[in-house]
Design a protein around this ligand. Structure first.
Ligand SMILES: Nc1ncnc2c1ncn2[C@@H]1O[C@H](COP(=O)(O)OP(=O)(O)OP(=O)(O)O)[C@@H](O)[C@H]1O
Length: 260
């Protein structure tokens, strides 16, 4: 399977602070990763390197086979789907949902003068249906619920058929029903044979969707453990990562954790 992300000894330093410290990690196109770690651990920074939005201070980062620093980012970025709350803030509140998704084909937020092809419209309609948003296609983004907005962001991220899909806390701030619906959709997408390599950042083991196979635990900018979820997501590793004794339970592939 092709490797979609390869970080070798990657560090990221800002204002004298080491935010990522010698991270070595590889994602193959058939892998679905979840990144877990406490606030400030460096998860978003790691995702931003994977999205080719920032460069490492040292070390080597290869995204979709190209080394950052040697590749045209305007050609690379459309091949990466990225959904985060920072990206969502750039979506104009008055934008229609169908346009939020369709503009992804042109790597812009906010419909302006691009001329859209029928094929883009049909694809956007199909993606909206897949993420159970078709009934909201004509609504304005700013008037959707948090759960609906999260699903629109993901629909936008998958619109271009990315080779790498990056999701930064897609279930944050959702109520129980909206979270479970999102996890079901994510799990279905992750399990489809033609889905891309996926990396999803979360704070909670409860948000690991079925269909995800690998986990990276990060604390203080360094990897605590990385590998198959069943081996990596353990009480001991979570206790080390979050810095307090944690008891983990698992039922039918879903996880729950609490302090002991
Ligand atoms: N450009 C930057 N300049 C200075 N400090 C930064 C920069 N980007 C991130 N940091 C700091 O690096 C640390 C890691 O940030 P990052 O957002 O990657 O963590 P995170 O694990 O995603 O956190 P959270 O779970 O709270 O979202 C934080 O202490 C943050 O303040």
């Amino acid at each position: 399977m092709p490797t979609v992300l390869q970080l070798s000894d990657v560090s990221f330093v800002r204002d004298g602070n080491t935010i990522l410290d010698s991270v070595t990690w590889k994602v193959d196109s058939d892998e679905r990763w979840v990144i877990l770690g406490p606030n400030g651990a460096g998860k978003t920074t790691l995702l931003q390197i994977a999205a080719a939005l920032v460069h490492p201070s040292s070390g080597k980062a290869e995204v979709l086979g190209d080394r950052l620093g040697t590749v045209d980012l305007f050609e690379l970025r459309p091949r990466i789907g990225f959904a985060s709350s920072a990206m969502a803030k750039r979506i104009p509140a008055h934008e229609k949902v169908i346009d939020v998704v369709m503009t992804a084909a042109y790597s812009v937020t906010g419909r302006w003068n691009e001329s859209y092809e029928d094929i883009d419209l049909r694809r956007a309609q199909r993606v909206l249906a897949e993420w159970r948003l078709d009934h909201l296609a004509e609504r304005t983004f700013g008037h959707l619920s948090d759960g609906e907005q999260k699903r629109v962001q993901i629909a936008r991220a998958v619109m271009t058929d990315p080779e790498l899909l990056l999701l930064d806390e897609p279930a944050a701030s959702l109520d129980l029903g909206a979270r479970e619906e999102l996890l079901q959709l994510l799990g279905g997408y992750a399990s489809a044979p033609d889905s891309p390599g996926i990396v999803m950042v979360t704070h909670h083991v409860e948000e690991i969707p079925l269909g995800f196979d690998s986990a990276l635990l990060i604390a203080d900018g360094g990897i605590v453990a990385a590998g198959p979820i069943a081996e990596v997501v353990t009480s001991q590793n979570l206790s080390t990562t979050f810095g307090l004794p944690i008891e983990l339970s698992e039922s039918n592939g879903r996880y729950a954790a609490r302090a002991v």
